[in-house]
Design a protein around this ligand. Structure first.
Ligand code: ZN
Length: 676
């Protein structure tokens, strides 16, 4: 097998290297989430790190990597003798594919054999393999919901728990969790986001010299991996030794009370949720001090830790920009800086060793502080969007007042701002689907409430329904020659449960952005409503798509995707005006749905048409609506004013859709809350 690409040979990516190293130094830092574009050597560097982790001693023959010094008392391969023979092996790097089955992740318990042969047959999964090593999830944001739940449970408890009906198995599963994601492809559930200790944003360097060096080294490595690794062996050995040294002193690094209070003040200043941020920041600061060869945590350690531990915890909703405001960070640090006598680090720059790879935040080439950013921010940076300030989860229904400050003067088109999103009523697809797990419509799957049982088809039962299986076996016992206790079970007796839970859908928005939608104020209300629906779709694990019609035709502003962020960005920038080609909007929706049915046949669509229903140009609306027969639809009626034409109702009749007046979207939720 080829050697891994050397960690030391990775060009740039100082923050990512540092975050990984801090995790190698201290297992309490809690993993790394790497956010960024594709093609940034994310997996190369993770593999390289695994090779840098100290070897672990394992009980010979144990599939669960028990430590010979302290074997897991419940190890399925145990019990192990107190001083069982051990062997040193490299820390494992286990990759969890996003499409993995539940059995692959937690292991599989062969219930068929357990019931018919009386043996407890357990095949360990990836969590067992990752124990005491690294669990790496590329594109972690695309991981299925039920896998996320299992992963969260294991990460929280350090135990993998497998239960099938009454048979259960558990084993230790503690691992360094490293995930990567491209935010363009969808966000992460908040619980999972919180589970990662640190986050790092990466992008390939734009520096031509650095890019050339990346390519040069990659060439050299591919041509001769052994020789390349040998040339970097000294650096790698030094790095491994430094990690080992830091681990050895970790326990004796002091976190003075004044520094701890500085950490909590910074966390409070960034308005993070819960206390996990404070804990992770403290652990990361201690790890950084150990890495720098210090025995007491300094301001620099706190700064580095906060920069890596806080960005993903202060995000309120998927529409906020990522990253951490470093100016605010420094301000908070200044305000809470203890007196110089308090701990003996009067701005000592810290450990002198290896200044080049310490990844100090001030030293990197990537962060040119705006030399004079004090002027008002709206003027020159070309981003006149009105940011939705305040808490988005709130119930500030009426969005009319909020969007006032969009500078339209320097723009050729009229772009209305969006207001603060509010909670919307749950819109569901009728009937029962079989789509991927989610939180919107009813769906059959492996999860949810048991509503019946059936004879398994295909490869065998995914789960066994015990009462139904016993009932199926009972009538045959005499004929099968049962004498003593214990039923005689045959494969044919097995029954599996039929479960009903909830599925995610494709929510396709068709938004009228024509002049008939009138004043900017109304378009602000429309954008706010659609933004609120988008946020809701994100929380329900839906795919979303956005079609816009105005002027000469309809365009797919956002092809179906899991990235609500992208949807929100397109929506915000959406100009309005021109005529109303309603039929084209509907025809485009029908075409998008046709293609999506081919691509993702189990995902059922929900069509949300946002319009006043007036068509002032284009084709035949009746015919276009007919092409959407059978699709669950909602028309959000945007007509306003004292005299109303009721055109949206006419459209809803053609689509067989429910009508929701635009202004009622926020009110519906409030009424429902009041009602209980
Ligand atoms: Zn064991």
């Amino acid at each position: 097998m080829n050697p891994a690409y050397p960690f030391s040979a990775v060009v740039g990516l100082a923050d990512l290297k540092l975050a990984l190293v801090l995790n190698a130094v201290s297992s309490r830092v809690g993993g790394v989430l790497v956010r960024g574009e594709k093609g940034t050597a994310k997996s190369t560097i993770v593999r390289a790190l695994a090779a840098q982790l100290p070897q672990v001693a394992v009980v010979a023959g144990c599939r669960f990597h028990c430590d010979p010094g302290a074997p897991d008392p419940r190890c399925p391969d145990g019990p192990h003798e107190p001083d069982a023979a051990g062997a040193l092996r490299a820390a494992s790097l286990v990759e969890l594919p996003v499409g993995a089955s539940e059995d692959r992740l937690v292991g599989s318990l062969d219930l068929e054999r357990a019931l018919t042969e009386g043996v407890k047959a357990f095949e360990p999964g990836l969590l067992a393999a990752a124990h005491r090593g690294v669990l790496y999830v590329d594109e972690v944001n695309l991981l299925h919901d039920h896998l996320v739940d299992l992963l969260l449970d294991a990460a929280a408890l350090g135990v993998c728990y497998v239960e099938r009906e009454t048979v259960s198995i558990r084993h230790a599963a503690r691992f360094l969790l490293v995930g990567t994601m491209n935010p363009e492809e969808g966000e992460l559930r908040p619980q999972l986001l919180d589970r990662f200790g640190l986050t790092v944003e990466v992008r390939a360097t734009r520096e031509p010299d650095e890019r050339a060096e990346v390519v040069r080294r990659r060439f050299a490595f591919d041509a001769d991996p052994e020789g390349f690794a040998a040339r970097w062996a000294a650096e790698e050995a030094a790095l491994a030794a430094r990690i080992a040294r830091a681990r050895a002193v970790l326990g004796s690094v002091r976190l003075p009370d004044s520094r701890l209070r500085q950490i909590t003040a910074v966390c409070a200043g960034f308005e993070v949720d819960g206390l996990r941020a404070d804990l992770v920041t403290a652990h990361a600061a201690v790890a950084h001090a150990a890495w720098q060869g210090r025995d007491v945590v300094t301001r620099e350690d706190v700064r580095v830790a906060a920069r890596l531990a806080l960005p993903h915890r202060r995000r309120r909703d998927p529409f906020d920009a990522p990253g951490l405001d470093e100016r605010l960070l420094d301000e908070l640090l200044n305000q809470t800086e203890p007196a110089a006598t308090d701990d003996h680090d009067p701005d000592d720059p810290g450990g002198p060793e290896d200044p080049d790879d310490s990844g100090g935040p001030g030293s990197g080439p990537g962060r040119p502080e705006a030399p004079d950013g004090s002027g008002d921010s709206g003027a020159g940076d070309g981003a006149p969007e009105v940011a939705p300030e305040g808490t988005p989860g709130g119930t500030t229904g009426a969005p009319e007042g909020s969007g006032s400050a969009t500078g339209s003067g320097d723009r050729p088109q009229d772009v209305a701002a969006a207001g603060v999103p509010f909670r919307v009523p749950v819109l569901k697809v009728a009937g029962v689907g079989a789509g991927v797990a989610g939180r919107r419509s009813s769906g059959r799957g492996r999860h949810g409430r048991t509503i019946g049982t059936r004879v398994p088809t295909g490869a065998g039962p995914a789960a066994v329904d015990l009462p139904a299986t016993l009932l199926a076996a009972a009538p045959h016992q005499l004929r099968r020659g049962r004498r003593g206790p214990g039923l005689v079970l045959k494969r044919d007796d097995l029954r599996e449960p039929v479960r009903e839970g909830r599925e995610g859908n494709l929510v396709l928005f068709v938004v009228d952005a024509s002049g008939s939608m009138g004043a900017r104020r109304r378009m602000t209300a429309v954008k706010t409503a659609v933004l609120s629906l988008l946020l809701d779709a994100y929380q329900r694990r839906d795919k979303v798509g956005l079609i816009v019609f105005r002027g000469a035709g309809a365009t797919v502003a956002l092809p179906p995707t899991s990235s609500v962020e992208a949807g929100a960005a397109r929506l915000r920038a959406l100009p309005t005006g021109g005529r109303t080609p309603l039929a084209e909007g509907l025809a485009t929706a029908a075409e998008v749905l046709r293609v999506e049915r081919l691509r993702d046949p189990d995902r059922r669509p929900l069509l949300v048409v946002v319009t006043d229903g007036r068509a002032t140009s284009g084709g035949d609306v009746t015919r276009a609506a007919a092409a959407l027969a059978g699709v669950t639809s909602v028309v959000v009626d945007c007509e306003s004013g004292p005299v109303r034409l009721g055109m949206a109702h006419a459209l809803a009749l053609r689509l067989g859709a429910r009508v929701l007046p635009l202004e009622s979207l926020g009110d519906l939720v409030r009424d429902r809350r009041k009602a209980g």
